[in-house]
Design a protein around this ligand. Structure first.
Ligand SMILES: [Zn+2]
Length: 423
């Protein structure tokens, strides 16, 4: 896993560089920041040499140490202290690394400041750098740069200013990918991925195409096996240090196996759905809230934590040629996507709608709701009941006594139970 960053971040970075003549206020700013950097380096160095472990302070600690000096000396927006502290810490660390662990204050020769996106903005072909609140320095962007057109749709992430050059970095992410006519909305569950496929025709009307449920045997199997193994270790190794080490090893091994399985699974999924935009629920904060599975006890929560939903989404987003959409998870399993009525959940896996008068398969219905949310997001709202394909597909969404997901049987048992159900 050396190339974590590729799918770890939300996009790849691209930089364009051009030469410029800094306006006088910007030149003064660069000089001031050079001075501030020297001061910060000194402060960080003193701090590091005065404690026993020679620990270099973090940028945040350093900011606490020098902020009074900084704010009383300069009139710049307060954010400007952040890049100074970050560079000081980075410089000290790299100095120590390059000098066999010895620490000295590196000399600052260049006039260079790296500032992040909160302090500058691209405004109509110009780079607007906020020096003080509502007071800006303007730098014309080299819009004829041969790469500018490709990158400018991306998000700006940072800019490096020297007295001669500007290096502007963009994050080009999946936001740049095209949005085609085929959509797959996925509801990620413990043992299955339930999805609904829809296609937009030439007139721009959306039709449902299929509903499907994909079992996740491989991942649950890995997790069951490792969880049993850990339990055994816990019981049978008396030495606490050794036990901790063994447990750590097992956890890492499990993680690698799960990541590997996820890679295979997502590659397969993306290959099966070429030129398809995937729609997921936005997951931020879900583990805290426990989503709809709240209050189900500790074992249940452990399982929620072990299935890396977000990683699955990231891998799909990275591998897919089309844009990936994220919808607000609110209501995806509590409101009926067909009629808008509130759903009841009389039993595990059932979403019952009184207005429609039927019991739906909960997870498939959720994927339908996610689809509607995604289509709304990209400006082509979709009404399920008005769609001609709905009567034909409706059966696919009805609850059939657990038939589509026999795999679920036995899942809610503790993970350390005999491994009869998996494979
Ligand atoms: Zn309904």
């Amino acid at each position: 896993m050396n190339n974590n960053h590729k799918w770890g971040s939300s996009g790849e970075k691209r930089t364009i560089t051009w030469e410029y003549e800094p306006p006088p206020e910007l030149l003064q700013y660069l000089k001031d920041m050079q001075e501030a950097l020297r001061y910060a380096l000194q402060a960080a160095y003193l701090k590091a040499t005065r404690n026993k472990q020679h620990k270099i302070p973090s940028p945040i600690e350093l900011r606490r140490m020098i902020k009074e000096w900084f704010y009383s000396r300069y009139q710049y927006a307060r954010h400007h202290i952040n890049p100074v502290c970050k560079s000081a810490v980075a410089l000290l660390k790299s100095y120590r690394k390059n000098h066999h662990g010895q620490l000295r204050i590196p000399t600052v020769k260049k006039l260079a400041v790296r500032i992040d996106a909160e302090l500058f903005k691209l405004v109509e072909g110009q780079l607007r750098v906020t020096l003080q609140p509502f007071s800006y320095a303007w730098i014309p962007v080299n819009t004829v740069h041969k790469r500018y057109k490709d990158y400018c749709h991306g998000r700006v992430s940072e800019v490096l200013l020297t007295e001669r050059k500007v290096c502007l970095t963009f994050v080009i992410g999946s936001g740049n990918k095209p949005l085609g006519a085929r959509f797959v909305a996925c509801d990620l569950n413990f043992t299955t991925i339930d999805s609904t496929t829809a296609v937009k025709d030439a007139q721009g009307t959306v039709h449902l195409e299929a509903a499907s449920t994909e079992p996740l045997h491989r991942i649950t199997q890995i997790q069951n096996v490792f969880s049993r193994r850990r339990r055994r270790l816990q019981l049978h190794i008396p030495n606490p240090q050794k036990r901790a080490r063994k447990l750590r090893e097992t956890r890492n091994r499990q993680r690698h196996r799960v990541i590997d399985a996820l890679h295979k699974l997502t590659t397969q999924t993306v290959r099966k759905n070429q030129d398809t935009a995937f729609i997921f629920e936005r997951l931020t904060g879900i583990r805290k809230n426990g989503r709809r599975e709240a209050n189900r006890g500790k074992k249940f929560r452990t399982q929620l934590n072990r299935w890396p939903y977000r990683l699955y989404q990231r891998l799909v987003e990275y591998k897919s040629s089309q844009r990936t959409l994220y919808v607000n998870p609110r209501g995806t399993s509590s409101r009926c996507p067909v009629c808008g009525e509130n759903l009841k959940h009389p039993a595990w896996g059932i979403s019952s709608c009184e207005t429609c008068g039927v019991d739906y398969h909960r997870d498939r219905l959720a994927s339908l709701a996610i689809l509607c949310g995604g289509l709304r997001l990209c400006g082509s709202p979709f009404t399920v009941s008005a769609d001609a394909s709905w009567p034909m597909l409706k059966n696919e969404y009805l609850y059939a006594g657990g038939a589509p997901d026999a795999a679920r049987a036995g899942w809610t048992e503790p993970a350390n139970a005999p491994n009869g159900n998996a494979v």
